[in-house]
Design a protein around this ligand. Structure first.
Ligand code: 5GP
Length: 204
């Protein structure tokens, strides 16, 4: 039986650039697979069912909760989001590394169920910088931006439950830090049992 895969969970306030970070990580590590979430929100322009999300009606989502098909789920900005359990568990057993891009409530549920999950919180360098980035996106109204900034204050209070905080002041520095985290986590003693056993056998 090979080593179990690494489960990397990435979260962060909207506007911190976590989407960019996740896409860059996938490009750099062809073995890192992104779990596709289920959601009740409507697809945005260009989003494809089964690629960006599994888009579904609320009753189907609720049935998935009742049947225990979700590793975690949460209501974010009025819509439900959740991670299908079977994909993550099967992939980890097969030794594949998985990345989840989910909100804080979901990430903390994952940590409870799978304590070996590695939780990385992407933080903006400052409130002002986050505000500038959100304004720059031009996709949200002033009220929406205010709502997201307020939301960040609450989210930061929960960030203490994460294993790592990576400040995204420069995308390359943030990526270097996450690559270092992945490498260090792969060297964890509990992941290296086979080499310990192999080298501790008596004889030449
Ligand atoms: P968006 O609608 O902009 O794609 O995502 C909104 C928020 O939902 C983001 O913070 C994103 O990380 C979070 N999210 C996406 N998928 C999941 C999921 O499966 N579970 C949880 N808990 N949050 C998710």
């Amino acid at each position: 039986m090979g080593e179990k895969g690494l489960l990397l969970v990435i979260s962060g306030p909207s506007g911190t650039g976590k989407g960019t970070v996740v896409r860059a990580l996938q490009r750099a590590n062809s073995s890192l697979r992104l779990s596709i979430s289920a959601t009740t929100r409507l697809p945005r322009d260009g989003e494809v069912d089964g690629v960006d999300y599994y888009f579904m009606e609320r009753d189907i989502f609720k049935k998935m909760i009742e049947e225990g098909q979700l590793l975690e789920w949460a209501k974010v900005y009025g819509n439900y989001y959740g991670t299908p359990s079977h994909f993550v568990r099967d992939a980890l057993e097969r030794g594949n590394d998985i990345i989840l891009e989910i909100d804080i409530q979901g990430a903390l549920q994952v940590k409870e169920k799978l304590p070996e999950a590695v939780l990385v919180f992407i933080a903006p360098p400052s409130k002002t910088e986050l505000q500038t980035r959100l304004l720059g996106r031009k996709s949200d109204s002033r009220e929406e931006i205010e709502k997201r900034l307020k939301c960040m204050t609450g989210e930061m209070k929960l960030a203490g439950g994460y294993d790592y905080i990576v400040v995204n002041d420069s995308i390359n520095r943030a990526l270097d830090n996450i690559h270092a985290i992945i490498m260090a986590e792969k060297c964890r003693t509990w992941r290296q049992q086979s080499i310990i056993e192999q080298l501790s056998q008596p004889g030449s």
